[in-house]
Design a protein around this ligand. Structure first.
Ligand SMILES: *Cc1c(COP(=O)(O)O)cnc(C)c1O
Length: 371
């Protein structure tokens, strides 16, 4: 059997070990310490955000972002439907109501037209949405100019789920820095990883201070343990942050490598009429976390996926939209069939920055054989 080719596997450099060893040697094996502060500084320097809190996951970061914006029971939160469930779950942690918005066809991210339709309709129905969570899926920036114009027009704060998009930019500004708050993930399959972890960024330092306070069990300033608010255990540990510091050093290399993977597939496969790729509109710079293809039918998609599986190559259908998920189907959704169609016909190809030319050629051969 050929060696397994994964969709996206961790790609360490060895430099991570330096920071982790430092943490061991100085006995900073706790959810605070110099690596945590260092990683937060690195993320601020890289993205241009004014403040950052390193957390135990991207999901926790989204949850805290909603709390910062005061989201409570029965509040309505507009949310991209075409995403991973971790974008929407924290809305329910707060017992708030997700209102799902479909994608547009250029970037596959939130449709500005449907966003405005939804806002107007929710207001007409008697309740103005309290927040917007928009996602830069697969590392492709959303149409920020249009989306932010609508958010500003109706004065609704934006949370950017940039879990898949660290390193991507829109008109040279980092994803995660357009909204009130931005979220990154360092889970094992993301473009850089800490094994598991996340971060919250904002230009509003008060949000970040408060998120750190809440992520460490909301302890009041007292010699004993005193609490006036419900807290969470969401802080990143100093060991994990050490891995993150090593990974931040190579983030640009990782983006470059993933973009080369995309270029390779595009060169090899765009000759086929049944396969198309998502291009970057002018001013959009994707990190190409995963290379995705759109085929001409569900049958073609499945033929390719099963052929690759037979060759011991992992590929995966695109995210199943949230408005079609059993757990969210009761919630309102503003859709036009775009994400449903993408789900039916789209496929993620192996995209790790550590894939060899041999690996990529095997994938391409598998796809060609299938079609
Ligand atoms: C990975 C991911 C998350 C969650 O991040 P975790 O660190 O795994 O909790 C949220 N949103 C999107 C779009 C993701 O891909």
């Amino acid at each position: 059997m050929n060696k397994k080719i994964w969709l996206s596997s961790p790609h360490l450099t060895g430099e991570e070990q330096k920071y982790v060893t430092e943490a061991f040697e100085t006995n900073w094996v706790a959810p605070l310490g110099p690596n945590v502060n260092g990683l937060e500084q690195d993320i601020c320097n890289y993205t241009g955000a004014k403040a950052c809190s390193a957390l135990s996951s991207g999901t926790g970061a989204i949850h805290l972002a909603l709390i910062m914006l005061g989201i409570e029971e029965d509040d309505e939160v507009l949310c991209s439907s075409f995403t991973f469930s971790a974008t929407a779950n924290p809305i329910r942690y707060q017992k708030a109501i997700p209102i799902f918005i479909d994608s547009e066809k250029d970037t596959w991210n939130m449709s500005p037209e449907l966003l405005e339709t939804a806002i107007q309709d929710r207001i007409e129905k008697g309740k103005k949405p309290k927040a917007i969570i928009l996602v830069h899926l697969y590392g492709m920036p959303s149409k920020m100019e249009e989306l932010m114009a609508i958010a500003n027009k109706y004065k609704i704060p934006v949370i950017e789920d940039a879990a898949e998009a660290i390193g991507a930019t829109y008109q040279e500004k980092a994803m995660g820095t357009f909204g009130e708050l931005g979220v990154f993930s360092f889970n094992g399959n993301k473009i850089i990883t800490t094994s598991g972890g996340g971060a919250l960024v904002s230009d509003n330092k008060k949000y970040i201070q408060k998120s750190i306070f809440l992520s460490t069990q909301a302890r009041d300033d007292a010699p004993h343990y005193q609490h006036s608010q419900i807290g969470y255990n969401y802080r990143m540990s100093n060991i994990v942050a050490g891995i993150g510091r090593g990974q931040m050093e190579v983030l640009d290399d990782r983006v470059e490598a993933r973009r080369k993977v995309f270029d390779f597939y595009k060169n090899e496969l765009s000759q086929f009429k049944s396969i198309t790729f998502v291009e970057e509109p002018q001013g959009f710079y994707a990190n190409r976390w995963l290379t995705t293809i759109l085929t001409d039918s569900f049958e073609t998609r499945e033929k390719i996926r099963l052929a690759l599986e037979k060759e011991n190559i992992e590929s995966r259908p695109l995210w199943k939209p949230m408005h079609l998920q059993p757990v969210f189907k009761e919630f309102p959704a503003y859709t036009d069939g775009t994400s449903q169609d993408l789900f039916k016909k789209g496929l993620c190809l192996p995209s790790g920055s550590n894939l060899t030319l041999d690996d990529l050629e095997r994938v391409v051969k598998g796809v060609k054989k299938a079609i």
